[in-house]
Every structure is written in structure tokens, then in C-alpha cells.
Design a protein around this ligand. Sequence first.
Ligand SMILES: Cc1cc2nc3c(=O)[nH]c(=O)nc-3n(C[C@H](O)[C@H](O)[C@H](O)COP(=O)(O)OP(=O)(O)OC[C@H]3O[C@@H](n4cnc5c(N)ncnc54)[C@H](O)[C@@H]3O)c2cc1C
Length: 370
Amino acid sequence: MQDPRYDVIVVGAGFAGLACARELAVRGPRVCVIDRKQDLGERIHTTGILVQEACDAPLLAGLPPSLLRAVPHVRVYAPNLRSVRLGAHGYRFHTTDTPALMRWLGEQAEACGVEVRRGLAFRDATRTPTGWQVDGVGPTRVLVGADGARSRVARRLGLGQVTQFLYGVEYEFDGMTLREPDALHCFLSKRFAPGYLGWVAQTPTGVQAGLARRYRAGGTPAPDMAGFLAHVAPMTGLDAARRPDSIRAGLIPCGGPVAPMRADGVTLVGDAAGMVSPLTAGGIHSGLRHGAAVGRMLAAHLSGRATSSVPPTPPVPGFAFKRLLRWAFDHAQWDLPIDLLLTAPPMRRMVEQLCFHQRGEQVPDPATAD
Ligand SMILES: Cc1cc2nc3c(=O)[nH]c(=O)nc-3n(C[C@H](O)[C@H](O)[C@H](O)COP(=O)(O)OP(=O)(O)OC[C@H]3O[C@@H](n4cnc5c(N)ncnc54)[C@H](O)[C@@H]3O)c2cc1C
């Protein structure tokens, strides 16, 4: 019987694919990750904000502090720009130098024994008696699709595909400093971000400002970044007239996990599997966690400790409550109630719990202090 050169080929060197590959490689299987990008730090389509739990991911162990900036607070703005500053004791978000982070993650995976082949796109694969023959790469026992929201692996091999998206656009301003850099600024506004929100954040290298809105195929107007930047400039200290140094954009899955997520010898992880919080649209932590869990289970499967011929997958969250909140936000987003209620204690408390994963607490607001 043919001995495939690789036990696992992972398509996509993003958070989920590299986390999966690392967990496999440290347990023995021969793993190759292919990515169509020559440089993993190019054409990024994420803000790269990490929730605190994401920093504990094994793949991120030893991350150079220069790539991170701690952001302990969230300032949420109503459409009329009244705001509340929120926090939770000891909890921090981290903004990142995302291009440098992605390159570093690739190197980390390589240091663990993963072969990362850059500039190699997945086109198709055919079934063999021992696994899959991946065009342009070679044979493998198991194929993992970690190729993002528009997964070609899912499409070509007949797995479930993501059908509901948000569309996000983000401008980056190198070297710029916000008036309140220790807060992630989140703007609720049906005019600028129907179905989601706008954000402004201080990063290790400058400022990121973005808008995301509900995506409808063939009918999604481009987010009005110029209008948004002018709208929020007085609150943030942004120079709205300055041209961005770079622009990122992309689709964010928001409909929950896809089905089926796996078949004989192939499984999806991360965005390809729809593993993104439908409410917050955060997919880095869930992608790292899901990719790593699939990697550990595949390693057990390949070592012969598992009995089924079908690669296992870990239990996946259904995001039922968050999908309900997303539905409500999609269908009943009105500015007036948010203008009136955001600063009211019960609403503030609820937003704080959502932002800080049930750890929220009242924090003093320097902007309103005497
Ligand atoms: C504008 C925007 C801002 C966001 N901000 C945040 C945030 O701040 N925090 C957060 O938690 N989440 C954020 N998200 C969501 C988050 O970025 C994703 O959930 C996360 O990056 C998913 O990781 P992944 O590894 O599954 O997929 P990706 O990061 O999409 O990685 C997929 C990889 O596959 C490669 N690939 C694709 N097709 C092929 C192919 N055919 N052959 C070979 N390689 C291929 C790509 O080049 C890419 O490297 C944001 C998303 C967007 C669009």
C-alpha cells in the first residue's frame, strides 16, 4: 500500500490551520500546510484583535510582546455618540501588529516540525485508497480545509459552505495615536454599520478603523468609510482627512457552524467551518481553539488509538443565543432606543457582560470624572 508523504495536508496558514498543524506535528504525524500567499503577512483580512483567552493558545506561546498592545477597556458609542466606558478586572483585549504576527505564527509552526509551503494554492483533490491526492502537492491520509470563509476545499469536496456573512472594511493609519488609546472604540450606528458596528483601535504600529455590515450577495453597498471617519473624528482624535496607509477587507461568517463539517478523510476548521461568534464576529480565538482541538483528535486517530475511519471532530458550539441576538440585531436595529438606553445601568450592564464574557464590571470613566 502506498505510504503518503504526509499524514495530513492542511490548506490555509491562518490561525485555525496553523493551530491544527502545530497540535498534529508535536504529536508525531507528518504535516504540511499550504497557503496561496507567498508571504503570510500580506493581504491580511482581519483586525487581529485577540480576546485574552486567545493569548493562552499553545500556538501563541512565546509571542514577542512587541507584536501586542494591551487594551483593557471598551468604549461603546450610541448613534448619537454618547458613550459608556466598560471594563473587567484583570481582563484585556490585545491589538496586534497583524502582518508580523501571521509571519511569526508560520515560523512557530515550522519550529514545531510543520512543513509550511507558501505560494501554493489548493485547486482540487481526488480520493485514493489511502486518503487524498492533492493536485500540485501530493498524497495525504487526511486533508484539512482551513482556507477561510470561502473555502475551496468545502466547495470542491462537497462539504457544508458558509452562506451568511458580514462584510468588513478596515483602514490602517501608521504611527497615528488616539486620544484614548487604552480603549477599543465601538460605534453602534444603523447608518454606517447596519447589522454590526464600527470600530477604532490603537495598535502597536498605529490606528485601525473599520466598519462591518450585513453582506447580501450582489447587493451590499460599500461601507461609507469617509463618512464614518468624519463622524467619529471628534470622539477619537482621528485625522479624518488623512489617507490610509493600507486597507483590509473581507467576509466574516456569521451563521454558525456549517454542516457537514467533515467527511471521509477530510475536515474543515476555523472560518471554513463557520466557527465564528455570530454576535461579536470574533473568529480568531474560536479558530485557534477549534483548529487545535481537531489537530489533537486527528493525531489520536492517525496513531491508531481511534477506531472510526472518519476523522473525528470536537463538539462544536451551536452559538444558539448569539445567533438569536444576531437575528434580533439584524431585524430590529433602531438607533433611537440605543441613543436613549445605552447609558442606562441595565443596558450598560448587559453590554459589559457581552463584551467581557460575563466578567464585566463598572469602571470609572475619566471622560466624565470631575
Ligand atoms: C475585516 C475583518 C476584521 C476582523 N477582525 C477580527 C478581530 O479583530 N478579532 C477576531 O477574533 N476576529 C476578527 N475577524 C474574523 C477573523 O479574522 C477570522 O475568523 C479568522 O481570521 C479565521 O481564521 P482562519 O484561519 O479560519 O481563516 P483565515 O484567517 O481566513 O485564513 C485562511 C488562509 O487560507 C488561505 N487560503 C485561502 N484559500 C486558499 C487556497 N485555495 N489555497 C491555499 N490557501 C488558501 C488564505 O491565504 C489564508 O491564509 C475579522 C474578519 C474580517 C474580515
